[in-house]
Design a binder for this molecule. Structure first.
Ligand code: PLP
Length: 460
């Protein structure tokens, strides 16, 4: 290895030229950085390899996007094939096989239709919100133009999406820019009072939504919710009853129900889509992240025929005139088609159920750790709240995890794992061992009286 190819050299060049996301850049600064930057040279399966050849198990699927491991041969082959045919063409006035086939497939899987494409999750949120409000305008009710979301909800960080995102750390600095949505209490099952179960918490939260809608429905276009798991809020999980009640309430008060399945879609929660566990049909579904198996940026919004028909008109201005340059990119669509084929061919829902049981057993020592509260799981999402007095617990933990060869980045005090579906039994054992060892190492620092952090709360 030449000096130019060390982790240190790439880190230095990156810090001088790249503004990294979701990061206080100062924490990366030089020697003894509170948060080391890891230059990755290649990835295969569940493994990331840094430029010096160390390997790290991707325990959070690279921010929840990767489903079948890195460099999956089927997705790679689809991309190579597509690159030889059509790289890109604008989707206004043109169409192509990958976008048609993907739209047909997503329509069949969701029971919704007319897929509208963008490149990231936040844009999908923007599209759903704009479509909903524009629908009501076209329907002669322009006053229905406000939104309501769930406490702790996360729907992306562009200005429109941030208005329905209820995470203070991400939102505070931009509050003056936003037309803030209302928030109703979360059905987070951890809020159960003694004697209450998850279904009872769901009913209680749904009653609060009902009260809110009773008062504000005339001004409300849509209710947006992350079904079953509010991931960015710290893997807050809720009972599907909440979604059933939300559907009833949205019907009663004529408000759209938007399900944001960007993080939880494509089998992550045990069903193909999380909202299916409630047996409901939403008015809009937002998809991204796992859609391309973690290879290329792509997002989609699908909706009902009723919404689509409200835009279908002789007047151009009644149409949905939103666009992005790369809307419906053929390469991204091919990656998505290959990913959907893998979900079917590998019988991913059944395979995941087995894998998740095994992982749960491997994580048992973590789940029963005396400092762990609320060990919980939904499909292939595992989470544990750690009772620690360290204000920078997440950062310290992530560092120790890397030293164990695992990528795990707690959200505040919540440690979680969301591995690629293809994780093997041996890899699961490595992940579980590393997760536990990192916890012990972090708690040992607390016992030793670690210096208090100067920066504020931890990010994602
Ligand atoms: C990640 C995420 C988004 C935003 O997606 P980006 O591609 O990061 O813009 C929106 N909603 C949920 C639930 C997410 O997890």
């Amino acid at each position: 290895m030449t000096p130019a190819q060390t982790n240190e050299a790439w880190t230095r060049r990156s810090l001088a030229s790249v503004w990294h996301p979701c990061t206080q850049m100062k924490l990366h600064e030089a020697d003894g950085a509170a948060q080391p930057l890891i230059p990755i040279a290649r990835a295969e399966g569940v493994w990331l390899h840094d430029v010096e050849g160390h390997r790290i198990l991707d325990g959070i699927s690279s921010w929840w996007v990767n489903l079948f491991g890195h460099g999956h041969p089927a997705i790679r082959a689809a991309l190579v094939d597509q690159l030889g045919r059509l790289d890109h063409v604008m989707l206004a006035g043109f169409t192509h096989a990958p976008v048609v086939e993907l739209s047909e497939r997503l329509g069949a899987l969701t029971g919704l239709g007319h897929a509208f494409y963008a490149s990231d999750g936040a844009s999908a949120t923007e599209i759903a919100l704009k479509m909903s409000a524009h629908y009501w305008r076209n329907a002669g009710q322009p006053g229905k133009c406000r939104f309501v979301g769930v406490a702790g909800g996360y729907h992306g960080e562009t200005v429109g999406a941030l208005a329905v995102t209820d995470i203070a750390l991400f939102r505070e600095a931009y509050a003056p820019l936003l037309r803030l949505a209302a928030t109703v209490p979360s059905p987070d099952a951890r809020q159960a009072a003694p004697g209450e179960d998850a279904a009872a918490v769901a009913e209680r939260a749904a009653a609060a939504l009902g009260d809110w809608l009773a008062e504000h429905h005339a001004r409300t276009a849509a209710f947006i919710v992350e079904p079953l798991v509010q991931c960015a809020a710290g893997m807050a999980m809720h009972h599907p009853r909440y979604l059933q009640r939300a559907r009833e309430l949205c019907d009663r008060y004529r408000v759209h129900l938007v399900v944001d399945e960007i993080a939880v879609g494509f089998g992550r929660t045990g069903t193909l889509f999380a909202h299916q566990q409630a047996g409901i049909r939403p008015d809009f579904i937002c998809l991204s992240k796992g859609l391309t198996g973690g290879t290329l940026p792509l997002s989609a919004v699908l909706t009902t025929d009723a919404v689509y028909q409200a835009f279908f008109d002789d007047q151009v201005a009644r149409g949905f005139l939103h666009s992005h340059s790369y809307t419906g990119n053929p390469l991204a669509c091919r990656a998505a088609l290959a990913t959907l084929a893998l979900l079917e061919q590998t019988d991913a829902l059944r395979t995941n159920a087995v894998t998740a049981e095994l992982l749960a057993a491997q994580f048992a020592p973590l789940s029963s750790h005396p400092r762990v509260r609320h060990a919980r799981r939904q499909g292939m999402i595992f989470a544990w709240d750690v009772a620690s007095s360290l204000p920078d617990f997440a950062r310290r933990y992530a560092r120790h995890a890397l030293a164990q060869g695992v990528l795990l980045r707690p959200i505040g005090p919540t440690l979680y794992a969301m591995p690629p579906y293809v994780i093997s039994a041996d890899e699961g054992a490595h992940l579980a061992r590393g997760a536990l060892a990192a916890l012990e190492a972090t708690l040992a620092e607390e016992t030793a009286g670690a210096p208090r952090a100067t920066a504020g709360a931890d990010g994602v």
